[in-house]
Design a protein around this ligand. Structure first.
Ligand code: SME
Length: 161
């Protein structure tokens, strides 16, 4: 397993292109779910300096906070609640340019202004979500959704327990 991360400067796309294969090789040699999600959060934080980035995992009828980087966060989110719960319910990525305009948004931090949430899907079932928040309005676009969806598929395709 590589324990060194090469972060390049450049466009957002260039950063994702450089980061994704590194994450793939980082997690491919490890089967522990928490260890991998913790490292993926760290790599995303180091590469993009996201305000908050991390995982919520489906446990029963709730999402429960998993590994993350950023400030204190809500520990449990009900099915369909907030942006994360909506991504789980719909089984699709949510791009929210202004969290205050999203009905039911859960404000873990009042500084969070925009976010993107991508479901983690295995065998057609959502088992968690990747949540990325920004303290800037309208900070994400379809490029983030596409690259983060690719990342989510790497994670879901990696054998982990
Ligand atoms: N913003 C999320 C809640 C999680 S925190 O932002 C970390 C939501 O509305 O689903």
């Amino acid at each position: 397993m590589s324990e060194q991360l090469t972060i390049i400067t450049g466009s957002k796309a260039e950063k994702y292109e450089a980061m994704l294969p590194q994450i793939k090789s980082l997690i491919s040699g490890e089967q522990d779910l928490i260890a991998n999600l913790a490292n993926v959060s760290a790599v995303l934080k180091a590469t993009f300096d996201f305000f908050w980035v991390g995982f919520y995992l489906v446990k029963g009828n709730e999402l429960v906070l998993g590994p993350f980087q950023g400030s204190l966060a809500c520990t449990r989110i009900a099915y369909g609640r907030g942006v994360c719960g909506a991504a789980w319910q719909r089984g699709e990525a949510m791009l929210v340019p202004d969290v205050d305009a999203f009905p039911g948004h859960i404000a873990c931090s009042s500084l969070s202004r925009s976010e993107v949430v991508v479901p983690l899907v295995r065998d057609g079932k959502v088992w968690g979500v990747l949540d990325v928040d920004s303290d800037l309005l309208d900070d994400f676009n379809q490029e983030d959704v596409d690259y983060l969806t690719t990342l989510a598929s790497y994670i879901s395709n990696n054998e982990m327990r």
